[in-house]
Write a new protein. Structure first.
Length: 265
């Protein structure tokens, strides 16, 4: 009979890893030294230990890489799932130890499968997409500013800045294409996504990076994951205080929702 995994919950922040494990609480720095101490602590436990954390932008990735390279099972869960699980359990308070314990409870109840191993190529692709998004946001801000400027000299400077951003965006997109073309599996998935009307190359790459579950979920599940399903979210002040699905997914919602712009910046 296969022994069941023992789940460990980790709340990840920029500087700190707060760990909840069977009534114990540990804290480690979010650094190579901290990863080593966490791995050593896990190896002291009997049986199979499976770590679960939330997706936290870039902050969880180095830890996950280190643990997977050490042979430890890792699952990165969607923050929205943890949040709504907490609500269902009546957990409303938030701090790092509470969040770590909540992740551990979620893992023990749901028993998620381990994620496939991360690769540095995946991380690089994700970081390139994030960088392009930042450049595109800067360009939109410049365009909005240009509309309010009267002085021709200032408008000329803004135009130069926009042209420079356009060149940077084009360079990032070339690098994205080179990375996709070098990976046959990515290339096939991008081709399938691009066959959908209104989905261009960059949108397809965003979906590939931010929603790796595509291909294993139904249409309704994909819509819910992307934050596009028509669920009510207007209960009093909670509607104003909730983070958007876009924030929780790290940007998958924006290129999907509404009219596709065929990857205009």
């Amino acid at each position: 009979m296969k022994m069941q995994s023992r789940y460990l919950g980790v709340d990840v922040s920029k500087e700190l890893l707060v760990v909840a494990f069977e009534g114990h609480r540990w804290e480690f720095s979010n650094s190579k030294q901290g990863f080593g101490k966490l791995i050593a602590q896990i190896r002291q436990q009997s049986g199979s230990v499976h770590l679960v954390c939330e997706a936290t932008g870039p902050y969880h990735l180095p830890m996950c890489l280190a643990l997977q390279e050490a042979g430890i099972a890792v699952t990165v869960s969607n923050p929205a799932q943890i949040k709504y699980y907490g609500r269902s359990q009546g957990v409303l308070a938030k701090n790092d130890p509470i969040d770590a314990a909540l992740i551990e409870r979620f893992a023990h109840e749901r028993r998620p499968a381990a994620d496939p191993p991360f690769t540095r190529e995946q991380i690089a692709l994700n970081e390139l997409i994030n960088h392009r998004g930042q450049l595109a946001d800067s360009r939109k801000g410049m365009l909005a500013s240009r509309q309010t400027v009267i002085d021709p000299g200032v408008r000329k400077e803004i135009d130069r800045a926009i042209a420079a951003l356009d060149r940077c965006i084009a360079t990032v997109e070339r690098r994205l294409k080179e990375k996709v073309d070098s990976n046959p599996l990515w290339k096939e998935k991008i081709a399938r996504l691009g066959s959908v009307s209104g989905v261009g190359f960059v949108t397809a790459v965003v979906l590939l990076v931010k929603m790796p579950e595509l291909g294993s979920l139904s249409r309704g599940q994909c819509a819910a994951l992307a934050g596009l399903a028509p669920y009510d979210n207007d209960s009093g002040s909670a509607a104003a205080s909730d983070r958007s699905a876009e924030a929780e997914l790290g940007g998958a919602q924006r290129p999907v929702y509404g009219r596709s712009q065929r990857d205009e910046p």
